[in-house]
Design a binder for this molecule. Sequence first.
Ligand SMILES: *Cc1c(COP(=O)(O)O)cnc(C)c1O
Length: 393
Amino acid sequence: MLTARLTNRLAEHKAARRDRHHRLRSLASQTRTRINGQDVVAFCSNDYLGLADNPRLVTALEEGGRRFGVGSGGSHLISGHTDAHRRLEDTLCELTGRSAVRLFSSGYQANLAAIAAFSERGDTVLHDRLNHASLLDGARLSGAKVTRYRHGDIDHLTHCLARDRPLLTVTDSVFSMEGDCAPLSAIAGHCRAHDSALMVDEAHAFGVIGDYGQGAVAEAGLTESDVAIVTGTLGKAFGTQGAFVAGSETVIEALTQFARPYIFTTGLSPALAWASCEAITIARTEGERRTHLKDLIAHFKRELPATLQARLLPSETPIQSLVIGDEADALAVGDALWEQGLLVGVIRPPTVPMGTARLRITLSSAHRHEDLDRLIDALSQCGMHKTCTEASV
Ligand SMILES: *Cc1c(COP(=O)(O)O)cnc(C)c1O
């Protein structure tokens, strides 16, 4: 019975062209790399500072493994918590300016844990409409009710705050599929006025936003009393893996005691925790990586021709989204770029709203200007003009 049902669901999924497939990368580089045996320049990783294959991180990973082990061997509250984890928590407290930090194995888990631990059945959690899936899923675990305000819309936010009286209001600081930034100071002000605790997911902001990569919350000067909960991942600009939740002593103690996704799982690898300390040091101190990244972002926005049959979403971050609209068109453009040795993310519903299929182009300080020029040329010549798109379908 199960197999028959799954076979049907898979067939429907495939007929709707919603099926996704792995690509095999066979080099350490995230930018000039080899995928499915083909040499390509890739514009789809979240390794914004080019740290994922950094030799200093590889060395730190080895050292961490030797000193504390590769695996943690248990949950953080039994035997899995090491000096490496403590050091990473201290490093993250310093970076975020928060009193306390808890570590997780992924950002998905950290968001799930925070929302599940802080809300209960009968509470309302208010979200920006375009928040990451992990934030929405947290409320499923706690049984809290979810309501949503229109993306970045302060008037609608205040309306929902007054109507729903949410315990918790949640937003991404940099939106993962759009690249735009939430108006954090305004959101914080309204949340304070309505006594709703604010939680900000800084997955795409840490390492990238602020002079030291301290994130959008710290950059905006928002303190623990403005933003009660900050979450971040180590798997994006920091180039490793794992995640964290930062907040006051009370918030973090509650997370430790109540979050099932913290309690019932093996602790983060101590070797990775050690490497992550090194990653944060590099991200903080090597400001030239952010400078180069800013140059690339400006270059891309300036050089992309205005004649494209696609809309570049407003973004000052390394996430540059070209909205094509139709799913088949977006897939065709992605294929045409691939033929030219260029890989970009083709993002379709349900990840993004219906009718807004897009190319998600992510820039990294590991890119060179000529990599970008190749992409811009290819976008100009091929894929993006309607006739070309139709020809390649
Ligand atoms: C990627 C992402 C996450 C999940 O982080 P992982 O460490 O990859 O699990 C959470 N929130 C946002 C906004 C993200 O983009």
